[in-house]
Design a protein around this ligand. Structure first.
Ligand code: S3P
Length: 171
């Protein structure tokens, strides 16, 4: 079984993914961690030293390798993963199911403003400028996220409630 979680930065993909994997008794894989291992650099260093294009190429390679393996896992993708190249096609064709974890812009902003430093795309943006950036960015990316097999709205829900909803989707 391969469950793939997609959604914007800070939508809770890793937190929910870990808990879901736990309850399903399968592995949890964080795509960013797998990319960092493959490249031998942290995500921040990767962006700084090699640039975003190199990051995106590595992201696509690692994603494809994982989804073409015969392993079972819950995979937390990066916020940009579904939005580049054939990534979303590879996800929908190879995952048992894909889930878009949807959160409102105010909730995303609240989380991102507190956790900017580990995220190269927003690290240099002042908090005052974040609403415009995130609003526009999410608008551009939503069309890709919406191609997931199902959408779970995470607003005002606990991790366990979201996990239960995903388990219902899985049947
Ligand atoms: C990115 C999101 C990050 C990480 C990289 C690029 C993006 O992952 O993959 O910094 O393009 O939105 P998270 O969604 O876990 O923050």
């Amino acid at each position: 079984m391969k469950v793939v979680l997609v959604g914007y930065m800070a939508s809770g993909k890793s937190t929910i993914g870990k808990e879901l994997a736990n309850t399903l008794r399968i592995d949890f894989v964080d795509l960013d961690k797998a990319i960092a291992e493959e490249a031998g650099l942290s995500i921040t260093e990767l962006f700084k030293k090699k640039g975003e294009l190199f990051f995106r190429k590595t992201e696509a390679l690692v994603l494809e390798k994982l989804l073409h393996s015969n392993k079972s896992f819950v995979l937390a993708t990066g916020g940009g993963t579904p939005c580049y190249g054939n990534n979303m096609k590879i996800i929908t064709e190879n995952a048992s199911t894909s889930v878009y974890l949807k959160l409102s812009i105010p909730s995303l902003l609240d989380r991102i403003s507190k956790e900017k430093e580990t995220r190269p795309l927003v690290a240099g943006i002042a908090n005052d400028d974040l609403p415009e950036f995130v609003g526009k960015h999410l608008f551009e990316r939503s069309m890709h996220y919406q191609k997931a097999d199902s959408i779970v709205t995470c607003e005002a829900k606990t991790v366990n409630e979201v996990v239960e909803e995903i388990k219902e989707v899985l049947g």
